[in-house]
Every structure is written in C-alpha cells, then in structure tokens.
Design a protein around this ligand. Sequence first.
Ligand SMILES: [Zn+2]
Length: 272
Amino acid sequence: MSAVLKQIQEVLGRHGGRRQGRQVRLRCPFCQHNCLDVALGETGRLIAHCLSPACADRKGNHLIKQLGLPVDVLAEADREALGSETFFGEITAAPSAPRASAATRDQIYRAWLAACPPDEQTRRFLARYGLNDEEIDKRGYGRWPVEDVLGRLPMTDPAVLKTVPGIIDPGNGKLDTALRDPRFAGVLIPVRNAEGQVVTLKVRLYQPDASGKMRSLSSAYCGGPEAEYAIHHPLDTQKSSRVHVVEGEIKADIVAALARVTVLGLPGVHGI
Ligand SMILES: [Zn+2]
C-alpha cells in the first residue's frame, strides 16, 4: 500500500471511521458529531461534508486539512485503490484511548460542576420538568458553557487530565471545544454510577439540533478517551423490590425525587 493510502487509513481509523457505502463516516473535528462523510471525489480529491446543520464548517478543504488527510489530487493507482469496495471496508476504528478511573473522573467532574453552578435558565428549564431548586442543587446540576473551567480543577497534571473525557488538551488549556460553543448551551448533567460517583458529564442542549438533545463530554473526536456509556443511578434512590428503568438521566432524577422507588436512567437517544 502506498504511503498516502496508509496515511488515509490511519487518519480515518483515528477519527472513528465507519464505512457507509463508498464513503466513511467520521466524527467531525468542528462540531464533534459522528456525521462527517469523507469520500473520493470525481476529480480524485478527497471530499468531506458534515451532515450536521449545526456545524459552522460543513463542507470544504479545511475539513480535510483539519483531519490531516491529503488535500492534493491522488495518484491514479491510489484513486483506484480508494475507489474499490475493499479499501473503505478495511478501515477499523482505532482502539479508544485510556480513560481515567471512576474515582479520578468523579473528583474532576465534581470540581467541574462546582465551577459551573446552575443559573436562572438552568433552573427554569429543570423546573419545567418538576425539579425544584433544592433537588437541582442536591443532584449537582450545572450550566454549560462556562469559560475557564480548567483553571478551577483540583488536579494540574496534564497527563492525568487528558484521560478525563472532555478535556482535550490540558497543556494548552483546551476543553471540549465544540461544547464550549454558545450554540451548545444547556444543562450540565452529572451521570452517576451505583456508588454515586460522577463518571460522565452530559449536556442537555437548550436548542436541540439534527444530532439530538444530548451530548456527552468526550475527547474521542480528537483521539482521546470516549465518555463512559453509563447507566445513571440517581442519588438517594430507594431500595425497592421493583426496579424502574427510564430513558434519560433527568427523567430518572425526577422519578427518584417524586417516588420512593428504585430507578435507573438509561442513556437514551431521545431522553430529556
Ligand atoms: Zn461538523
């Protein structure tokens, strides 16, 4: 295989490449959604197109450059190989980067939430679903985005911080940049495991887009660790013989707050 093809295969794998016909679906470096298509154009150039209407950079060479793919017209032999059914089929997503332990994530995410306390909009939003101020504070909700979260975290070792999903490049003070965009404003939700540790942070967008209402803070789109796909255990959920399962963390918290039952929140596509 030529050096160019190797480079393409490596880059596509690193961005979570999944084959879709004669193109590959990747995570977009700008909006973070898994809806960036890369294919070989008729001219022999790679072309990229982000399907998310929320993305400011949906089409063009800069997407290709940002991914680190060749922007030149490919040589004839490479074009033939790329155009074949087998090449894109061989692309496999790279193994995930190591993720911090639940205890470390809990420590960092709690400090993160403390740096982003709920504002009036957060409280109004959650009140519509029946969570009062006391419940909102007890369960640890926050607001998003907030500037300079990184400076307020208790740990400063960049090697540790970059294993926490959502912290992209601690050396440069970068967080999950896509989610810092004002278009991704929303409620910051702590997702807790059975021990009550905050193992994942999610944002419930105030303005849902084509990719839905929820975003997990993740570093996967630039080669870092993915968010843990965790089942949410609301705080002080009661021990009962029957377990109630609902879709979404906010709903699970509401049920826990209102009813004396055991409830779990599954990460759902349409959860509120
Ligand atoms: Zn995009």
